[in-house]
Design a protein around this ligand. Structure first.
Ligand code: NOJ
Length: 918
């Protein structure tokens, strides 16, 4: 009995230390590469370590297959069995390579291959290979127009190259670092256990790691592999002249107070890297593997002592990939343009779900809004201060003792009434639902889960019991589809008592976070459905939880309402289920700065709907930082203010009139651009191209953009430059070449191709519209997106040097899936020779599924139009005239600017029309 008390006391202290530990990142809680045997082994291997050769090359079932064998003289007791390699080619420049053990040699266990990530329809894009050509010891297959894939047998190497020039694009094992530790039966004397701090990992299957080198040819920089709080272009981690650091770690962890400049792995993992350079353009490499991964980016010259000869006349970036378990299931994307690579990746893992319109507005969160009174108060203050917002969030304290799906009825006696009240003003609510379930026999979720055997098991086969917010907790095993379906049913209105149709969900702590677990997570030898060890799928655990929750929101409305679920953990494919945010950042300038590359990286790797806690989660931002944060975040895809419970309240009206005005302006600007954002979300939904883009994605030939992560593009039209320092009087902005850039506020034109020093005031950050674009806005200020529905549009045309511009507008009902049946409006606006034309891009759809809108265009603003000043405009087919005059460029407090404006053309947003300037 005494020991139980002591144990609980210990757990309590542990929990307390977790709660109050806001001092700094606890480095020693986490393993580094040296303390991680598979990583240490892989990092110490020398080039040409791999002795495998490819034999028995053949075409089988449309794939090129080979056996990888170790020649006799190099064999040791652990590498006697051949491995199986297969290469498959898919449409649009994708090569898939698998390497696994040969099942005919009966390895002790089937290695884990990640299911449920690759889109089912991807298989139908396979090009069935018929033949290979042989050239010396190379076997060559067709890959894509102008590209081929090559396997050389001795030494083993796999690469993709341009057919005509023979130039390589991507190569695997060019440095002979491939190693796959084959599973074997434990022998006397084998010490497989691993210890870290007070934890022991029983490792019943022993070493099973995989490592290999991948080279990106023609690359100036590599990007991707989130989640790390670091620069967009990844710095080398190893090599001569490089300050040696840890490899980039991919292991989903709950990291308290993470550093703003570190290769340390955070809450989510996407093992997808992109490269970009002057000579080839862009390429990508994706390893579908859910175990812990570590990736080194090697500085040039790291291989100087080996005798490897790769073409030396071009830039190249070599990388080393290491994973604790699983198989090689890798995808090579040939690009060659940045948007090609993201599309290729999206064709494998999916594009992002189309969000509801409300979710693209501003979200107000805090740990915690205390009670119904507090909620009412905050909501009414937004109206009092004329600040639009769409969603109010409740954190863990709203539930009864952290039992999710319940309410603390003292604080929230009437949750339905509260939600309905918000909904009456067009607003939604989000509540938190975490994956740790309180082990309380009176809690219905726990009762059912334990009775049905729905929990993850520990190594001994008992329900795994860890410590999280509610105390002793177990974790639902979401890997099992039956359990996911049970979980999804919990979101039915009858099950989630107190929920209403305007309630959406937030999934947190789903790495999973376990306060008393190794590295604050679940032990690697815990067991999932199908006897899968946690180590094999750790990085996908949160993904499955997100998936099941999203399924739940879909089910509760019979599949008609688009789910909104925010998740902290993520994995490839997460974009199909919802939104992510960058977790517990800090109220510091450097955290504001790093939020931009973090969000851009997520967009490059498929997850475009992401954001960072505005203001910083930990600590109290000074007012200037808070204002600057709003000004930047207003242009990033997911826009939510959030803060830790120990921080001072920081709703936008608490800092004096001037600052309220500044934050109001920032939020209002976001709302004016919502038609543009929504159109971009649709583009992301169709193609995989992100909403917020690194400059090099839009200007791939402009070298000055490759390493820039202080500025970003929203679509192809807006360039946003953040202000990341205190009391800044000016900032340096690089405007890409071959374009003119129009200051959003003044309309002033700047020639691109130069780095400019620009004055800034507290009023806003530099934002520019690119010449050649047309951007749709809604300029009337409302409480939320709901009230904006019927508002008229403004079009802002910024002409290029030939007087032309183009842009698009996508509209649907903002909530259902009817757009999938063609119920949407999609227009292209084309301006040339003084004439604006609206062209239909939507397929003609039947009456039943048509989406109609009575919205009109109330104003058209022209920037850079230099022909003799037009006086009026003729509108066809209605054959009426509209006045042209000087009007405001933006409707904002204290801003006086004027631009050529076509007033009240009043054309229908869904109609075909032309407007000719006269
Ligand atoms: C950790 C999350 O990152 C944070 O946003 C949240 O407020 C707390 N958990 C409490 O739920």
């Amino acid at each position: 009995m005494k020991s139980i008390v002591v144990f609980h006391h210990f757990l309590f202290l542990l929990l307390l230390s977790h709660l109050i530990s806001v001092s700094s990142w606890k480095k020693e809680e986490f393993r580094n590469c040296n303390q991680t045997p598979f990583c240490k082994r892989a990092r110490s291997r020398k080039p040409q370590h791999c002795k495998l050769i490819a034999t028995d090359v053949t075409i089988d079932d449309g794939d090129l297959t080979a056996k990888l064998i170790t020649p006799h003289e190099f064999q040791d007791e652990n590498s006697t069995n051949p491995l199986i390699l297969s290469l498959s080619v898919y449409q649009n420049g994708i090569l898939r390579m698998k390497i696994d053990e040969d099942p005919s040699h009966n390895p002790p266990k089937k290695r884990f291959q990640v299911p449920d990530v690759i889109l089912p329809e991807f298989e139908s894009k396979k090009l069935w290979l018929q033949r290979y050509t042989k050239d010396g010891d190379s076997f060559i297959v067709y890959l894509f127009d102008g590209y081929e894939a090559v396997v050389t047998s001795d030494p083993l190497e796999v690469f993709v190259r341009e057919q005509s020039s023979g130039k390589r694009v991507l190569s695997f094992n060019s440095h002979g670092l491939f190693d796959l530790e084959q599973l074997r039966v434990k022998k006397e004397g084998d010490e497989w256990e691993e210890r870290f701090r007070s934890h022991t990992d029983s490792r019943p299957f022993g070493p099973q790691s995989i490592s290999f080198d991948v080279s990106f040819h023609g690359a100036d920089f590599v990007y991707g592999i989130p989640e790390h709080a670091t620069s967009l272009a990844l710095k080398p981690t190893n090599g001569p002249g490089v300050e040696q650091s840890e490899p980039y770690r991919l292991f989903n962890l709950d990291v308290f107070e993470y550093l703003h400049e570190s290769p340390f792995g955070l809450y989510g993992s996407i093992p997808f890297m992109l490269s970009h350079g002057k000579s080839h353009g862009t390429s990508g490499f994706f390893w579908l593997n859910a175990a812990e991964m570590q990736i080194d980016v090697l500085g040039s010259g790291w291989d100087a002592e080996s005798s490897i000869l790769l073409p030396s006349d071009e830039k190249r970036i070599d990388t080393l990939w290491m994973s604790e378990a699983g198989i090689v299931d890798a995808f090579f994307f040939i690009g060659p343009k940045p948007k090609d690579v993201v599309k290729q990746y999206a064709s494998v893992t999916g594009t992002s779900a189309m969000p509801q319109l409300f979710a693209t507005g501003y979200h107000q969160c805090r740990w915690n809004y205390r009670d119904e009174e507090d909620v009412k108060n905050v909501d009414s203050k937004f109206d009092e201060h004329d600040i639009p917002y769409d969603v109010l969030w409740l954190d863990i304290e709203h539930a009864d003792g952290k039992r999710y799906f319940t309410w603390d009825r003292v604080l929230f006696p009437n949750p339905e009434g509260m939600q309905k009240d918000l909904a009456s003003r067009g607003r939604r609510m989000v509540t938190i639902v975490d994956p740790h379930i309180k082990r309380d026999d009176n809690y219905h979720i726990h009762k059912e889960a334990s009775k049905n055997g729905y929990y993850v098991k520990d190594a001994s086969g008992k329900d795994y019991d860890g410590w999280c917010w509610p105390g002793s907790s177990s974790y639902i095993d979401m890997v099992n589809p039956e359990i996911r379906s049970w979980w999804a049913d919990k979101f039915a209105y009858t099950e989630y008592v107190g929920s209403t149709p305007s309630l959406y969900i937030w999934n947190d702590m789903n790495e999973p976070s376990v306060f008393n677990g190794p590295e604050v997570t679940m032990p690697r030898d815990a067991l999932h459905y199908g006897n899968i060890e946690h180590r094999e799928l750790h990085n996908a655990y949160g993904y499955y939880f997100h998936m099941a929750t999203s399924e739940g929101l879909l089910k509760r409305e019979g599949g008609t309402d688009r789910p909104f679920v925010l998740s902290r953990a993520f994995f490839p494919g997460t974009q199909r289920y919802g939104t992510v945010w960058t977790g517990d950042n800090i109220a510091e300038w450097e955290h504001l700065r790093v939020s931009v590359p973090m969000i851009l990286t997520l967009g490059l790797t498929g997850i475009t709907f992401s954001g960072a806690d505005v203001g910083g989660f930990f600590g109290n931002p000074d007012t200037e930082l808070l204002v600057r944060w709003y000004q930047v975040a207003a242009y990033l895809p997911f826009f939510r203010g959030h803060a830790h419970h120990d921080t001072k309240r920081r709703e936008p009206w608490l800092f004096g009139e001037r600052n309220t005005e500044l934050m109001r302006d920032a939020i209002r600007i976001r709302y004016t651009f919502l038609p543009y954002f929504y159109t971009l979300f649709r583009e992301a939904n169709v193609t995989g191209i992100p909403v917020a883009r690194p400059l090099w994605m839009e200007f791939p030939h402009d070298e000055a953009t490759f390493n820039n992560d202080e500025a970003f593009m929203v679509g192809n039209g807006l360039l946003v430059q953040g202000v990341y320092t205190q009391r800044a009087k000016d900032v340096t902005v690089y405007l890409p070449k071959d374009h003119t850039w129009y200051d959003l506020k003044s309309g002033k034109a700047y020639k691109g191709g130069k780095t400019q020093k620009m004055e800034v005031t507290d009023a806003d950050i530099p934002v520019f519209q690119r010449s050649g674009t047309i951007i749709p806005r809604k300029d009337r200020f409302r409480r939320s997106t709901v009230q904006m529905e019927n508002d008229p549009y403004t079009l802002v045309i910024a002409v290029d040097s030939s007087g032309a511009a183009e842009g698009e507008l996508y509209i649907d009902d903002g909530k259902s899936y009817e757009f999938k049946q063609g119920a949407y409006i999609h227009r292209r606006f084309i301006f040339s020779n003084g004439k604006l034309t609206s062209v239909n891009l939507a397929p003609s759809s039947s009456h039943a599924t048509r989406f109609l809108s009575d919205c009109t265009i109330e104003r058209i603003i022209l920037l850079g139009y230099s022909s003799a000043k037009p006086k009026s405009a003729r509108i066809e087919p209605s054959n009426h005239a509209a006045d042209i005059e000087l009007g405001p460029l933006q409707i904002r407090s204290g801003v006086r600017s004027s631009a050529l404006t076509i007033r009240k053309p009043n054309v229908g947003v869904s109609d075909d029309w032309t407007i000719q300037l006269l």
